[in-house]
Design a protein around this ligand. Structure first.
Ligand SMILES: [Cu+2]
Length: 115
């Protein structure tokens, strides 16, 4: 649990942060290249934690197109048709929420850690 280890240094809010973390959606952490599957209008996994420098790939496994866009930072993918992939490397640590600009109710988050 890298997230927990990282948050242990944030003293006063650590307990609250851990409580919030416990209530958060399940996360997946991967050491190598990772793939987020778009299926049935959902991103799976919806929240993923990766070390900086990791290439994250989205695969559109739906029968309709999707198009990714950052919620608070200016990045976007081309329109992804069925079975098409889009990859992006996250060089800086941070939290990167994103959504599908064709179906804005579809949301996901990439959490990039410093190591
Ligand atoms: Cu979509």
């Amino acid at each position: 649990m890298t997230i927990v280890r990282r948050m242990a240094g944030a003293l006063p809010g650590a307990a609250l942060a851990l409580a919030l973390l416990a209530a958060a959606p399940p996360q997946a952490r991967a050491a190598g290249p990772v793939e987020i599957r778009i299926d049935n209008f959902t991103f799976n996994p919806p929240v993923i934690t990766v070390p900086k420098g990791t290439a994250v790939t989205w695969l559109n496994a739906d029968d309709i197109p999707h198009k990714l866009a950052g919620s608070d930072r200016p990045w976007k993918s081309p329109v992804l048709d069925t079975d098409q992939r889009f990859s992006m490397t996250f060089a800086e640590p941070g939290t990167y929420p994103y959504f599908c600009s064709l179906h804005p109710h579809m949301t996901g988050t990439v959490v990039v850690t410093a190591e």
